[in-house]
Write a protein that binds this ligand. Structure first.
Ligand code: PMT
Length: 223
């Protein structure tokens, strides 16, 4: 039988993209498929955790035994996370949350006009993982960093600025990994160390990352 490293631990994850509405038929989004986050949810469940998966719109099947909460926008994802976060021991932010949303959501379909250019104003969304990490009684908080250049530099900056316990950085410009691929590679940073999790199937990679998170989580609670 598998070691139940996370027995009795409540773990929440975000996964997938968010959709930021422009009007009743249009939205701004990204290429996240949810595969990485769903693989992490399944791996955490395998290790005995009580898993809540807050998911943006994806076409994946919920891993057996995982509680799923469906959301569309960053604002909805923020609300769903905040409602349950006080009960969680570990929080993992794998969702590709839109940093900005249209300032105005048009009640009716936006019409084509005579003009060749159209300007859409955007406004900043709440930063979910930073808000969780700023809680007075915060869970062990793990972020992701999706970068196309200077991966280590930007990831370590996000680790510090958002006050995270750990960050998993992926190069989303490299072919055959990152958004929507079945495979991925991660460089994981924590305040006084880092490790490489080389290119692998997202399910294998998730098992490695969850095991690392479980070890660091138990370390901080023994210290
Ligand atoms: O879903 P897949 O197709 O399997 O692809 C996986 C992935 C590439 C989406 C995943 O591995 C990944 O990198 N997820 C994070 C994507 C992202 O938005 O990264 P970021 O560097 O922009 O954000 C940094 C961190 O802040 C992330 O943990 C993100 O969830 C979090 N964030 C960002 C903005 C916001 N408003 N709230 C947040 O919580």
């Amino acid at each position: 039988p598998k070691a139940q490293l996370l027995a009795g631990v409540k773990l929440m994850l975000t996964a997938g993209p968010t959709r930021e509405a422009l009007d009743p038929v249009r939205f701004i989004s990204n290429h996240s498929s949810g595969k990485m986050g769903f693989a992490l949810a399944a791996a955490a469940k395998q290790l005995g955790a009580d898993v809540t998966l807050v998911s943006g719109p994806v076409t994946l099947i919920t891993p057996v035994g995982v509680t799923r909460v469906n959301v569309e926008s960053a604002a909805q994802m923020h609300a769903a996370v905040m409602q349950e976060i006080a009960q969680q021991h570990i929080f993992i932010a794998c969702a590709a949350v839109a940093d900005y949303a249209p300032k105005v959501v048009s009640e009716h379909k936006i019409k084509k006009t005579q003009r060749d250019e159209m300007i859409i104003e955007l406004t900043k969304n709440p930063d979910i993982v930073a808000e969780v990490a700023a809680l007075t009684s915060k869970p062990f908080t793990v972020g992701f960093a999706a970068e196309t250049q200077d991966l280590a530099h930007y990831a370590q900056d996000k680790l510090k600025r958002k006050k995270l316990d750990m960050i998993a950085a992926n190069n989303v410009a490299a072919l055959g990994q990152g958004f929507n691929s079945d495979n991925n590679a991660l460089t994981v940073f924590w305040p006084n160390g880092h490790t490489e999790l080389p290119l692998a199937d997202k399910h294998q990679l998730a098992t490695h990352l969850i095991t690392l998170i479980a070890e660091k989580y138990h370390d901080t609670h023994r210290a």
